[in-house]
Design a protein around this ligand. Structure first.
Ligand code: HEC
Length: 174
């Protein structure tokens, strides 16, 4: 009897573990670039909303249903889906009915990772904000003027040398 119970327990636990395979961002990235990127970016609004923070504002179940068929959800009267549809000028998101729950979890995982990466990257700063007085291309700045002068001198030197060689060539006696 005990044996049976423990066998049953092992079976249940292993079934749960199989079902709860961890999401894989790399898989999600593949699907995202093929099917979502044309309308979605991670941190800016494109045809559809920016997807950063998606897992914080929607639960996974909602996301799965929405991605598989957003219009079914809207017709069913889901408030969030309807509001979003109205906000995005009633552009319907195409159904992705063939994507499994696991596929969509992988995409969510990829979005999570991408959003973290985007935050970690330092924001772009204009050079003029970092060094207010600095003008990169000005005759008064030594870092421009010195290489510029040397460059000109080298070009003039090369031309003079070429002229000399031509001169010798013209005067050769053989
Ligand atoms: C043809 C353009 C298009 C494609 C392709 C597309 N979407 Fe969308 N998506 C939208 C639009 C537009 C919305 C806004 C809701 C609406 O209008 O129905 C949206 C909304 C969403 C939302 C809800 C976002 C939120 O803030 O709650 C999710 C999640 C989403 N899309 C995921 C995906 C995924 C994942 C894919 C790829 C498998 C995908 N979308 C492909 C256009 C698209």
């Amino acid at each position: 009897m005990k044996r049976k119970i423990s066998l049953a327990l092992i079976l249940i636990v292993s079934l749960i573990t199989v079902n709860a395979a961890p999401p894989v961002a790399a898989e999600g990235k593949k699907i995202f670039s093929q099917r979502c990127q044309s309308c979605h970016a991670i941190d800016k609004v494109f045809v559809g909303p920016a997807l950063a923070g998606l897992h914080e504002r929607r639960n996974l179940d909602w996301i799965v249903k929405f991605v598989q068929s957003s219009q079914t959800m809207i017709k069913g009267g889901d408030k969030d889906a309807t509001a979003l549809f109205a906000k995005f000028n009633s552009i319907p998101m195409p159904d992705q009915a063939d994507l499994s729950e696991q596929d969509i979890k992988n995409i969510v995982e990829f979005i999570k990772e991408e959003a973290v990466n985007a935050k970690a990257a330092p924001p772009l700063v204009r050079p003029s904000e970092e060094k207010p007085g600095f003008i990169p291309l000005a005759f008064s700045s030594a870092s421009f003027f010195l290489p510029f002068t040397i460059g000109i001198m080298m070009i003039v030197g090369a031309l003079l040398f070429y002229a000399k060689v031509k001169n010798y060539e013209n005067t050769r006696i053989w």
